[in-house]
Design a protein around this ligand. Structure first.
Ligand code: GDP
Length: 444
């Protein structure tokens, strides 16, 4: 079964956390060893495994407790998110030319499923509403040309052939002319597959690439070859420059090393995956669905996500309640100010909010500077002072102490205290609650 071995390897990691209350550096040590072992057995390359395990443990130790969510469930979620990231995050779509035919150049070693992919791809494009034409460029194996013609008939797309005596780059040129004449949307160029990489193969590919100026250069690799597939993608990318990979035979891959390594090792995304011998068995590579399949715990993932949302929701409701009851304190003040500062720099970056377009970098810096000053003062307040700003309003001794410990002036502290009470009033007004929001005068 697809990724079956990896799935059960990871399961032993979760099982070690049963009965724990929180994730700690100590109790994740053993599960992390299981994860490491599972990935290595899946044939993920060692540097990738190291980085992955590090990233997961860093997050696991720092993660807060979410009510109702058990530590093993939290770890599942962290591993899931890291797996998604490892595989490139988002789905990487095929690119199409803005005008003229899109040209997809396919390369790959013999037996990986390249010829099959040509026809599968044409079939897939048909579903997207695009016409395509196959070009037979594997001139070293007459059988390969015959096979392409048969598969082309099967999926009902034209196949351009020029026998075995013409140079592949010349076949490519002719095929492209033919496709333009027929107003074909996508040209799919098949090339020679050898048993192993050699200079002749690379030179020929370079020449075909030069002639075609393709939109996509995709290397077809066999999932069963594990991290070797990732290494091949790297080599081809360095040698000829590719845009991505197509991973075949995923249906028979119980380990998952190729799916997990290609992006991280080569920097190039897996764009499509083959999951069977039928013409329908080619689909986009969705990192999130792959991760979900590897973990086999869709219900746990959606549960943790919901719990996280509820937490955020409760946080917001909590803040609202505090504002309504005039309990808005320095802790909330800091949270709020930080959120606003973050939003400020974000809106500038995104240039999104109309009327906010004129926020200058200098203004942003200024806001960040004053946030730092506030933070310094709030940091040295006692917990009691943070929760009851009245204490600071009522006592100049306290304000002096805060000023001294934070290295700010007493005037700055007074300003901060006044600001908090102003904020209370503003927020109460905003909520339509008018009573009880007076600003206390500072007593000396
Ligand atoms: P080429 O030498 O790279 O052109 O490889 P072929 O296209 O001839 O495929 C080699 C063999 O792999 C054929 O028997 C295909 O049916 C099979 N094959 C290709 N893709 C897949 C796949 O995704 N899953 C499975 N199970 N078999 C595949």
């Amino acid at each position: 079964e697809m990724f079956g071995q990896l799935t059960s390897g990871l399961e032993s990691a979760w099982s070690k956390l049963k009965g724990e209350e929180v994730l700690t550096k100590e109790n994740i040590a053993e599960p992390m060893r299981d994860i490491r072992r599972a990935l290595l057995e899946a044939d993920v390359s060692l540097p990738v495994v190291r980085r992955f395990v590090q990233a997961v443990s860093d997050q696991a130790v720092g993660v807060g407790v979410i009510r109702g969510v058990k530590p093993d469930q939290q770890l599942v979620k962290i591993v899931n998110d890291e797996l998604v990231k490892l595989m490139g995050g988002e789905v990487s779509e095929l690119t199409f030319a803005k005008s003229g035919p899109t040209v997809i150049l396919l390369a790959g070693l013999q037996g990986v499923g390249k010829t099959t992919v040509c026809a599968k791809l044409a079939n897939y494009l048909k579903k997207l509403g695009k016409t395509s034409m196959l070009v037979a460029g594997d001139v070293y194996r007459p059988a390969a040309i015959d096979q392409l013609v048969i598969l082309g008939e099967q999926v009902k797309v034209p196949v351009y052939t020029a026998g075995t005596d013409t140079k592949p780059s010349e076949i490519a040129r002719q095929g492209l002319v033919e496709a333009k004449k027929k107003n074909i949307d996508v040209v799919i160029m098949d090339t020679a597959g050898r048993l192993q990489i050699d200079k002749g193969m690379m030179d020929e590919l370079k020449e075909v690439k030069r002639v075609l100026n393709p939109t996509e250069v995709l290397l077809v690799v066999d999932a069963m070859t594990g991290q070797e597939a990732a290494a091949l993608v790297t080599t081809f990318n360095v040698e000829i420059g590719i845009t991505g990979a197509i991973l075949t035979k995923l249906d028979g891959d119980s380990r998952g090393g190729a799916a997990l390594s290609v992006k991280e090792v080569s920097g190039k995304p897996i764009k499509l995956v083959g999951r069977g011998e039928r013409m329908e068995d080619l689909e986009p590579f969705y990192p999130d669905r792959m991760a979900g399949r590897i973990l086999g715990m869709g219900d746990v993932l959606s549960f943790v996500e919901k719990a996280q949302e509820v937490m955020k929701q409760e946080d917001a409701e909590d803040l609202q309640k505090k504002i309504m009851s005039a309990k808005f304190d320095f802790n909330d003040f800091l949270k709020q100010t930080r959120a606003v500062a973050r939003m400020g720099s974000m809106t500038r970056v995104l240039g999104m909010i109309p009327g906010m377009g004129k926020v200058t970098p200098a203004q942003i810096r200024e806001a960040e500077k004053s946030l730092k000053i506030m933070e310094a003062m709030i940091e040295v307040m006692t917990p009691e002072e943070k929760e009851k700003p009245e204490l600071l309003a009522e006592s100049s001794t306290r304000r002096k102490r805060v000023a001294q410990e934070s290295g700010k002036t007493e005037q700055q502290v007074s300003q901060l205290v006044a600001q908090l009470f102003q904020m209370r009033v503003r927020m109460k007004n905003l909520m339509g609650v008018m009573e009880g929001g007076s600003i206390p005068a500072l007593n000396n």
